[in-house]
Design a protein around this ligand. Structure first.
Ligand code: GLY
Length: 178
């Protein structure tokens, strides 16, 4: 509950590269990744390349708790969002003036999609409760100008997101390729 709540606040804040304020893809669209993991059970859920849920982290939790799968992507993830009754949003909600300007600059100078200077603010949270249980959650728009259905580390359990009571909880940022 805590890591989901924290990440939802950050997804709603346009200053971060997650939810509203996410960076734009090569085609100028939104493509969001999110993951959540419960360290007590090591259950996990994630979405990649989704574009219609206002809060992707809550969709990731739903994948964990109310689907037979761990990772849903692209059109299928968007369909899951609709079927499960999540609040949706369109491009005009997610896109900010700042991100459009960054994208225009990116398209103008055609720097590498993995350029560290072009990556702004994947969000994450980890929690430890009074009984020693840990959890992790991560949400991102990925990298400005990402192409070809690129998926980074954030929604990959064991890469950008992991939680295990026997060890720790981790939410990573940085260029996912690395
Ligand atoms: N760490 C976020 C990404 O590379 O997509």
């Amino acid at each position: 509950d805590a890591v989901e709540a924290a990440v939802r606040v950050l997804e709603d804040d346009p200053n971060f590269n997650a939810g509203r304020g996410a960076v734009l893809t090569w085609d100028g669209t939104i493509s969001l990744d999110a993951a959540i993991m419960d360290g007590k059970t090591r259950a996990a859920g994630s979405v990649a390349g989704t574009s219609n849920a206002r809060n992707p982290i809550s969709v990731a939790r739903k994948v964990m708790e109310d689907s037979p799968h761990v990772l849903l992507s692209a059109a299928g993830a968007d369909q899951f969002v609709i079927e499960k009754g999540f609040e949706t949003a369109d491009q005009s909600y997610f896109e900010t003036e700042q991100r459009r300007k960054q994208w225009e600059e990116f398209k103008g100078i055609k720097v590498s999609g993995a350029d560290i200077d072009k990556k702004f603010g994947t969000v994450g949270a980890v929690a430890l409760d009074s009984e020693g249980h840990v959890a992790a959650a991560t949400s991102t728009g990925g990298l400005t100008g990402k192409r070809w259905g690129r998926i980074g580390d954030s929604p990959i359990i064991g890469a950008g997101t992991y939680a295990d009571d026997r060890a720790c909880a981790v939410s990573a940022t940085g260029s996912g390729e690395y």
